[in-house]
Structure formats: C-alpha cells, structure tokens
Design a binder for this molecule. Structure first.
Ligand SMILES: Nc1ncnc2c1ncn2[C@@H]1O[C@H](COP(=O)(O)OP(=O)(O)OP(=O)(O)O)[C@@H](O)[C@H]1O
Length: 232
C-alpha cells in the first residue's frame, strides 16, 4: 500500500478561531514525519482529530484506505501532550491497564522499553518527573502494534542529555512498516530522525517535503528552515 494516511480538506474552528484550514496531505508507510509549527499553529488539534478524539468541522481522513472511525482505532496509537495515566498508578499498573485495554499491546516490548528507559515498574506514576513521565507515555504508545503512531511533543520535558536516548528509543522500538508523526518545537534535537517534515502555519500546511530533498534543494537544515519560516 502506497498511502497509509490520507487527510483531505480538513478544517476546524474553535469559536471564531480557525485552528485548521483545509489541511490535505498523505503519508506513506515506513516514514517518520516531523509536524512542525509555532505555538498555536494547530499541531495538537490535527493530531487529536487523526487520533479520533475530537471531530473536524469538514474534511476526510482515511487510514489504510478505511475512513476514520471504529474500524481504524486499532490502527493508530496516540501519545498526547498530557499524561493519560492516573496518579494512583504505579508504572506496572499503567502497563497492565494498557495491556487490558488494547488487544495489540505487546507486554514484552513494554518491559524491554521500560528497561531501556531506566523506568522502574514499582515507581508511583505521581512520583515521576515530567521527563520520566514522558518516557512512560512513550513506552505505552510505542508498545502497541499499530500502523500509525502519533506523538505529541514526546521530548518536551526530557533534559538535553537524555534526548538522544529517547530518540534512539523511538527509532529502535517503532516497527518499520508503520509510520510515525511527531510534533515538536525541538526541531534541532529531533531532525535527525525525520524522513519528512511538514510545516503547519496558522492552520495550513505550508511545506511538506522529504528532509533529504530539503537539504539538497535549499542546502539548509530543517532547523534553519524552521527558524526562517517561524522566526519571530
Ligand atoms: N479546546 C480549545 N478551545 C478553544 N481554542 C482552542 C482549543 N484547543 C486549541 N485551541 C486554539 O486553536 C489553535 C491551535 O491550537 P493547537 O493546540 O492545536 O496548536 P499547537 O500548534 O499544538 O500549539 P502548541 O505548540 O502551543 O501546543 C490555538 O489558537 C488555540 O488557542
């Protein structure tokens, strides 16, 4: 299959604020795509709509050729920008919860990831720092066997030294036939893992390009392009 995700003419308003304006793009299998934009450009809104958590006002989405809905829930795993776990949980409870909830959850992959992430199964979720909590959320999201992973700011709280390790975990633990869309502000830190980037500006896609082409065409890094387009 050439297209894993197809988004066509997606729009969304919050009151009079146009969060997304006729967004269209498609994503093939086996790609890591950076969804990049300034604060308020609509990245989280787009991720939430594709994750099926909030409706669009208009437009269509298809995953593996199926319209977004009940039939596509088992194809998508979403890591939100805020934790989905409950504060009473220990790390192992959070893993058990996901394991019970998702038939596609891979317990042995989760254990392997926890150890790679230096997370102790006995730790209380409420005691985790923001960065450690992100490691947990990432472990939960990537331990599902799905076709499309959506990660909203996966390394925002992680200290710069540990960022490389988390990026290595993303590359190592996502399965290569699937695709991964990740939104972030930390362009310089993350660009090494992107195959493609999309720039979202005021709710519109202004650029969607393979990173390799971008470097050849413009002779610039993604970070330089990002600063040029979004610099204030
Ligand atoms: N639930 C909501 N109610 C009202 N307005 C909202 C809501 N969610 C988002 N918005 C508005 O929609 C626009 C897009 O927001 P969104 O969170 O999608 O952007 P973002 O690119 O993810 O931003 P950030 O990088 O700051 O997380 C913003 O103007 C925001 O204020």
């Amino acid at each position: 299959m050439d297209t894993l995700l197809r988004v066509n003419g997606l729009s969304k308003k919050y009151g009079s604020r146009q969060a997304l304006d006729s967004v269209s793009f498609s994503v093939g299998p086996g790609k890591i795509i950076g969804l990049l934009g300034a604060n308020g450009s609509g990245k989280s809104t787009l991720m939430q709509i594709i994750a099926g958590l909030t409706p669009a006002a208009s437009g269509e989405i298809a995953v593996m050729g199926k319209p977004l809905g009940k039939g596509t829930k088992s194809l998508i795993s979403y890591m939100p920008d805020r934790p989905m776990t409950e504060s009473w949980m220990k790390v192992r409870d959070a893993v058990a919860f996901y394991n019970d909830f998702y038939a596609d959850f891979d317990g042995s992959k989760a254990r392997e990831m926890l150890s790679f992430m230096n997370l102790d199964e006995r730790s209380a979720v409420s005691s985790l720092s923001k960065g450690m909590n992100e490691r947990l959320q990432l472990t939960l999201a990537l331990s599902r066997n799905v076709n499309l992973y959506l990660l909203d700011e996966p390394i925002g709280g992680v200290d710069p030294v540990a960022r490389d390790k988390i990026l290595d975990a993303i590359v190592r633990f996502y399965s290569e036939e699937s695709s991964l869309i990740v939104c972030t502000h930390l362009v310089r830190d993350m660009e090494r893992i992107f195959d493609e980037v999309m720039f979202l500006k005021d709710g519109r896609i202004t650029l969607h390009e393979e990173v390799e082409n971008l470097r050849i065409k413009h002779g610039r890094s993604v970070d330089d392009m990002f600063k040029e387009v979004f610099g204030e």
